[in-house]
Design a protein around this ligand. Structure first.
Ligand SMILES: [Zn+2]
Length: 298
């Protein structure tokens, strides 16, 4: 995706599991690139898995961890969005768990699933190996509209989408009884937000809607926020991302209005944006955000 050094093996380590609220578990990403935070939520009757990690071996490991916790509960899998490191282990769950996506997410996966598999396989030998035996599988059930509530038995979970933001079909998962929010890549912790702006192949980002998503997520008053990547924290994860996107959008608008070219805007703004977030990871995403907002100026 970028020309940085090849990333290490994107292995999910299921021993890095912790219970963050009653019956809510996270297999943490340990800040390994291309490993997401993965959720397992237990109800009385069913267990919901949120994201799988990348590739069949990771998917199988997550499935085993979920089975261990779930016992004889029915298993349900949902994904925060279609990106490979979040959902390309779903084949391990096919036929074992009921797989649920929103319609936009399924359509985006149908359009881009294979191109993204090919692109990620080009990101170095470790990533290619993880994805070598990946089969792209479809959901068993799609929901239409902005919300879908799943009754796990004794507790409900809310799946919610706002349409295009970080991708075309991002979805959050919120557990009202403990106010835990899983954000996917709509919010990463101490990480420059990923703007997958790859014109003309992928331009499915909506920065303004992304800000609305973050505001609406704040209105849910989450107590614990599980970001797509990075450490678990509170709503500060949401406000940090919101403030970053707002700031970059404003700065690019000013630069464009002053007649700067796209490359001049990047040269002018990139270093100061980087310097303003010294502890954040993956600064290579700053330029993608600048290019995205520059393209919106017209
Ligand atoms: Zn993503």
């Amino acid at each position: 995706m970028t020309d940085q050094a090849a990333p290490p093996a994107p292995d999910v380590d299921t021993s890095a599991i912790q219970e963050i609220a009653r019956g809510v578990y996270v297999i943490t990403d340990r800040r390994v690139p291309l490993v997401p935070n993965i959720g397992i939520v237990l109800g009385d009757k069913s267990a919901l898995v949120i994201d799988t990690g990348m590739g069949n071996a990771n998917g199988r490991a997550v499935l085993e961890a979920a089975k261990k916790l779930a016992g004889d509960r029915e298993l349900i899998l949902t994904l925060t969005h279609f990106h490979p490191e979040h959902g390309y282990g779903a084949d391990a769950f096919k036929g074992v768990a009921k797989i649920i996506y929103n319609k936009a997410q399924a359509a985006e996966f149908a359009d881009k699933g294979q191109p993204y598999l090919d692109m990620f396989k080009g990101m170095g030998p470790a990533v290619a190996a993880a994805l070598a035996d990946t089969t792209l599988v479809e959901a068993d059930e799609l929901y239409d509209g902005a919300e879908h509530i799943i009754d796990l038995g004794g507790r409900t979970v809310l799946l919610k989408t706002w349409g295009k933001a970080h991708t075309r079909g991002d979805q959050i998962v919120f557990i009202p009884d403990c106010k835990v929010l899983f954000t996917g890549d709509l919010a990463e912790e101490k990480t420059f937000p990923i703007f997958p702006w790859f014109p003309p192949d992928d331009m499915d980002i909506d920065g303004a809607n992304w800000l609305k998503v973050l505001d609406d997520c704040l209105k849910l008053t989450p107590v614990i926020v599980v970001p797509g990547h990075g450490d678990i924290d509170d709503e500060a994860i949401l406000t940090d991302v919101r403030d970053y996107i707002t700031d970059v959008a404003a700065k690019v608008k000013t630069a464009a209005a002053a007649g700067k070219s796209e490359d001049e805007a990047i040269a002018d703004l990139g270093p100061s944006i980087r310097a303003a977030h010294p502890s954040w990871h993956f600064p290579e995403w700053i330029d993608f955000a600048i290019r995205y907002f520059y393209a919106q100026k017209a």
